[in-house]
Structure formats: structure tokens, C-alpha cells
Design a binder for this molecule. Structure first.
Ligand code: M6R
Length: 615
């Protein structure tokens, strides 16, 4: 939540900061702001409620200059979205400005202390406390900015990535992090900060990924200085290369990132399987299972934890591991898992799934399980993210950057990794026959082509979507492997169209939700042709008898459900355990086009942010 950008170099910082904010806007869009030290030595802050476009409008007639600056796009935690709560925040004397992503947990204690020392606060944020504390450290202990930030952070508990600049010293930019993402770009005579690499890649591919509890001094014409908050030791910066191109973070001709990412799924699945799926031999080679297969095979249980869409992928993981490997699996949303004192055995394997690798609840759940001795396996998209760093082993999904707030390609690549892991493990444990193994792996090779076939029906889905913009509620039904897909379809619809939707196991409908059904109610039934087909057909008939309007996702050539449904979208035949990779695609398209027809901002839906780095 919240995006931070910083620049120190020879160019005018303002356009670079604004471009960076646009690229990070998926992280929050309640307010935006910039602070720069200009050529006359003034530290100017410009900030306003709303999106980055509002900030641009607000700044358009102003004479803004400076070659050092910081910028912020906010997802509100402490204090409502407003001009005064927007970042950057000034210190009392207006000599320092600060941006912050995260939460200062002990801000009330610090605020009381600072008020007793005569500090006045202009905002309701936790962030303003930090900038005031830095100023207090400078004045009270006669420290320079770097030392003052260091001392202030030693008193702070919580999570943060910050950027700090000072009026009197336009040659210095300070940054630091704990549990919030931060990347420092090191270019030719210039340095950049970003919550991810997107504001940086246009200028340099050389970056430093600061570790937790590091405070970094960036100074014009000097080497970067890094100190650990634990022991004041100087740390040698390790420069790495970003594996990302500009194309990856642009819309590429699509109206929205979400649509681009839906259409990218064949390619991202290909990248996900690349080097892991041997197409000719119909084999899966996964490093995690090669190296740690024994640990999995001896596991008492597999625990899966995640949030949102990643949790839905985890629910499919349960079906995969239990069906193919015969290992008991428990799946739980991370926010519940971390606080309910779960029973964790040292011979458990915990799989944490996260697109961003920065979701606070997922990280806390991992830490808890790690402390209790479980083996931690991560499935995540962002290379070098906190999830990746906390694991004992894991598999990257390699979906490429996902910018639309609604997860699409992250979901299918997560399911793909889970399927590959379960298949490789099942082979190793001999819980699957050679014949079944090769047949399913062979089918995985065909998935990209089959997704393309579904994408060819986009116009049809678009037409169906237009009919249902009136709806205030939707019910999504599925069974077995496709019950989590029903939940995912419902989540996609509600988060971008603001239509209430529920995903239900189809047979549970009779135990309550059936009361909702009338001639107005759209019901999306995920009903491909597998062993539960006749059961779900009965559920469809129950809906029809109550005049519900049925949109059915069926296997090509379906006869029976077609007779009952009002609208039918076909998916190609595939193995049941892989079917979520196909059935979810029409549901993504349906939610996208309903949201578009309702005039919603699909890439930046209200109240949401891409990565939830606060609990
Ligand atoms: O980055 P993560 O996968 O950990 O994020 C988890 C959820 O916040 C995320 O999936 C969220 O539910 C999406 N907006 C769903 O589209």
C-alpha cells in the first residue's frame, strides 16, 4: 500500500517523480504529493487529495524545479484521504520532508512525547510523527540528517519504507526500510528510489535491494552508504540487475492493464512452465521438489496460507495435493492463521502464496510457522520480495509484473505452479501411475493453446456482460476443483464492478443461498464435464425451477446444461485437475466487461490497492 519514489541526480526531478508515481499508482490512489529542494534552496511540498492526475493538474501552473525530490501515492491507513494527510509531510520547521509506506505502530507514544516538547501536528497520520522525531533528533542531539534518521528509526516500531530530504542539504537523500518494499536504482550520476522497479527501469538497470532494518545515505558524487539498525555496522552495497523491460509495465495497446494481463495468460503460463516442463518427455523438473521432495514426502501435513486471489489458488492446491499426492492439506487465509494460535508441527510444510510477496498477513503467517519449525515453501511472483526471502525454498511464478489491482495472470500461474509441484511430488512419492502422470503433464503442455481458444470468445462474453449490468447480486457456483474458481469469479466481479457476489459450492446452495434466487438473479455455474457433472446438472435444474438466470461455463459439446442455461460459454476439454486454468478465464472476462459497462475504473477500483502491506 502506498508507493514511494525518490530522485537525486542532474536532471529535473519533477517529471521523473510524476512518471514514477503513475507507475506506482496501483499501490494506492487516495492522494499524491511531491517534495523538492529547488535551486534557491527552498524545500517545497505540493500535494493533493485524489489521483496523480489531480496532482499534475494542481502543479501545472507552478514553477517547480529541483534535482532532488521525493514523491508519494497514498492508500490511507491513519487519517482519511485528504490534502493535509497526503505525503510528503514537513517537519515543524519545514526543513525536512518525508514520505512513508507502512505503519508506525508506536506513533501515539511518540506523538505524546513530541507534543510535550512543543511540536504541533498538522495531519492525522502516523508518518508526521516520524518526520518530527527526526527533526527533534537533529535539534536536540545536534545530529546531521543521516544520523538523526538512524536514531529516530531506532525508536520506531512498525513497518516502513521511507524517503527523506532536507532543505539545507540538497545533495542528500536518505532512505530506509523494514517490511515494506524498497529498491534503490544506481544510475550514471543519479539515484532513484521506488517501491518497486517500475519508476527506475527507464533510467538504470542497476539496483540495490535494501534488507530490512537498513538505513541508506545517498549523496551526490559519493558511494552509497548503508548502515544496519541492529549494530551500526557499515554494509557494502550489492548491485544487482533488474530483469524487467518497459514493455512489461506498459499497457501495450490494451485499454487497461487488467485486460492486457488476461490476454497475457498464455504467455505468462509459458514463462511459468519454461525450463520446468519438458514437453517432449512429458516430464516436470522442479528445483524445489528435486531438492526438498523428501521433506514434502515426509510431511505430516501441508498447510497453505495466502490472502484473496492467492488464497483461492491455495484452495485449488488442496485438491491437487490431496488428489495426486495423498498428503492431507489445510488451507487458511493468512490473517486468521496468524492470530488463532494454530497447531503447527515441525514436520509440516507450509506453502505461502503471494503475487506481490509483500502481503503483511501472509508474511506474518510464514514467520509464525517458521518459528514453530515448519518447512516454508513460497510461491510468489516478485523476485527478491519479502516472501521470497523468508522461505526455505520455493518456486517463482514468473508471470511478469501484474499491475491491474484485480489479479488474473497471477492466479493462473499460481495454480500452474501448484499443479507442477503436486505432479512432480506425486511422481516422486509414486502416488500417481506413470500413465496418469504423463497424460496430465502432456495436457499441461496444451493449456496455452486452449486458453487462446477461450480468449477468442471475448466478443461473446462482452455481449453477455452487457445484459447483466443491472444486477445488484450474483451467485457463482462450482464443485470440486471448480468451487474455488467460483469464489475467484465472485471476488473478481465485486472488486472491480462493486456488484455483490458470492462464490458457493453448488450443492450448498440448498442450505441457504437458494432463497436469493428469483428471475432477476444471475447465477454463474462453473460446470465442465467431469465426474460431478450430473450432480451440478441437478443444481442447475434447481436454479432454473426458481427462474434464476444462468450463465454456464461448460465443456465444448455440452448437451444437458446447455438446455437449462440462458447463456453458455464453452471451454475446451482438459484434465479435471487442470480445469481451473481454463474455467477462470471467462469469469475474468465477464467481470472485466461488466465493470467496463458500468463505467468503473477497473485498474484502480475504489478503496483497494494492489499489495496489502498493512494488516
Ligand atoms: O500479493 P498477494 O497475492 O499476496 O495479494 C493477495 C490479495 O491481496 C490479492 O490477491 C487481492 O485479493 C486481489 N486484489 C484480488 O484480485
Amino acid at each position: 500500500m502506498c508507493g514511494i519514489v525518490g530522485y537525486l541526480g542532474t536532471k529535473e526531478a519533477f517529471p521523473i517523480l510524476i512518471k514514477g508515481l503513475h507507475r506506482l499508482e496501483y499501490r494506492g490512489y487516495d492522494s499524491a504529493g511531491v517534495a523538492l529542494v529547488d535551486k534557491d534552496g527552498n524545500l517545497n511540498v505540493y500535494k493533493t487529495k485524489g489521483k496523480v492526475a489531480n496532482l499534475e493538474e494542481y502543479c501545472k501552473d507552478k514553477d517547480i524545479s529541483g534535482t532532488v525530490g521525493i514523491a508519494h501515492t497514498r492508500w490511507a491507513t491513519h487519517g482519511e484521504p485528504s490534502d493535509k494527510n497526503a505525503h510528503p509531510h514537513y517537519s515543524q520547521s519545514k526543513n525536512i520532508a518525508l514520505i512513508h509506506n507502512g505503519i508506525i505502530e508506536n506513533y501515539l507514544t511518540l506523538k505524546t512525547f513530541l507534543i510535550s516538547k512543543g511540536y504541533e501536528f498538522k495531519s492525522e497520520t502516523d508518518t508526521e510523527v516520524l518526520v518530527q522525531l527526526i527533526e527533534y533528533m537533529m535539534q536536540e542531539h545536534k545530529l546531521g540528517l543521516y544520523d538523526a534518521v538512524y536514531q529516530a528509526l531506532s525508536q520506531v516500531t512498525g513497518a516502513y519504507a521511507i524517503g527523506v530530504i532536507e532543505r539545507n542539504n540538497p545533495n542528500v537523500l536518505i532512505t530506509a526500510r523494514i517490511a515494506s518494499p524498497l529498491i534503490v536504482g544506481v544510475g550514471e550520476g543519479e539515484f532513484l528510489l521506488g517501491s518497486d522497479a517500475s519508476p527506475i527501469i527507464e533510467y538504470t538497470k542497476n539496483v540495490i535491494y535494501p534488507e530490512d532494518r537498513q538505513v541508506i545515505k545517498i549523496e551526490r558524487g559519493k558511494e552509497i552508504e548503508i548502515r544496519s539498525l541492529d549494530n551500526e555496522k557499515l554494509i557494502k552495497p550489492e548491485i544487482k540487475q533488474i530483469q524487467l523491460s518497459l514493455d512489461d509495465i506498459e499497457k501495450g495497446g490494451f485499454d487497461h492493464f487488467m485486460l492486457k494481463e488476461i490476454f497475457e495468460q498464455p504467455k505468462s503460463l509459458n514463462l511459468c512452465m519454461n525450463g520446468r516442463l519438458q514437453r517432449e518427455q512429458k516430464e516436470i523438473i522442479l528445483r524445489g521438489i528435486q531438492d526438498y521432495g523428501e521433506r514434502f514426502a515426509k510431511a505430516r501435513r501441508i498447510l497453505i496460507t495466502a490472502c484473496g486471489t492467492s488464497w483461492h489458488a491455495g484452495l485449488i492446491g488442496k485438491y491437487l495435493f490431496e488428489t495426486l499426492c495423498r498428503i492431507p492439506v489445510e488451507v487458511e487465509v493468512a490473517s486468521e492463521f496468524r492470530y488463532r494460535n494454530p497447531v503447527i508441527y515441525s514436520d509440516d510444510v507450509l506453502i505461502a502464496i503471494s503475487q506481490s510477496g509483500e502481503t503483511a498477513d501472509t508474511l506474518a503467517a510464514m514467520e509464525l510457522a517458521k518459528k514453530q519449525g515448519a518447512f516454508i515453501y513460497g510461491i510468489c511472483n516478485v523476485v527478491g520480495s519479502s516472501v521470497a526471502r523468508l522461505t526455505d525454498s520455493g518456486t517463482y511464478t514468473h508471470a511478469g509484473p501484474e499491475i491491474g489491482v484485480a489479479s488474473t495472470k497471477a492466479f493462473t500461474t499460481q495454480v500452474c505452479v501448484l499443479a507442477m509441484t503436486a505432479l512432480a511430488l506425486a511422481k516422486r512419492m509414486k502416488t500417481i501411475s506413470e500413465e496418469d502422470y504423463h497424460r496430465i503433464v502432456g495436457e499441461l503442455c496444451n493449456i496455452e493453446t486452449k486458453i487462446n481458444k477461450i480468449l477468442d470468445q471475448t466478443e461473446k462474453v462482452k455481449d453477455i456482460s452487457k445484459i447483466f449490468t443491472y444486477a445488484r447480486n450474483f451467485l457463482y457456483l462450482g464443485r470440486g476443483f471448480n468451487y474455488p474458481v467460483a469464489m475467484e469469479g465472485a471476488l473478481k466481479l465485486k472488486e472491480i464492478s462493486y456488484i455483490h457476489a458470492e462464490g458457493y459450492p453448488a450443492a450448498e446452495m440448498k442450505h441457504g443461498p437458494i432463497a436469493l434466487i428469483d428471475e432477476e438473479m444471475p447465477i454463474v455455474v462453473v460446470a465442465p464435464h467431469y465426474k460431478m457433472y450430473n450432480k451440478i446438472l441437478s443444481n442447475v435444474q434447481e436454479v432454473k425451477a426458481r427462474k434464476g438466470r444462468i450463465i454456464a461455463i461448460v465443456t465444448e459439446g455440452d448437451v444437458e446444461i446447455r438446455k437449462q442455461a440462458d447463456y453458455v460459454i464453452e471451454i475446451p476439454e482438459t484434465e479435471e485437475c487442470l480445469s481451473p486454468l481454463l474455467t477462470v478465464i471467462p469469469l475474468q472476462l465477464l467481470s472485466y466487461y461488466i465493470a467496463i459497462a458500468k463505467g468503473r475504473d477497473v485498474d484502480q477500483p475504489r478503496n483497494l490497492a494492489k499489495s496489502v502491506t498493512v494488516e
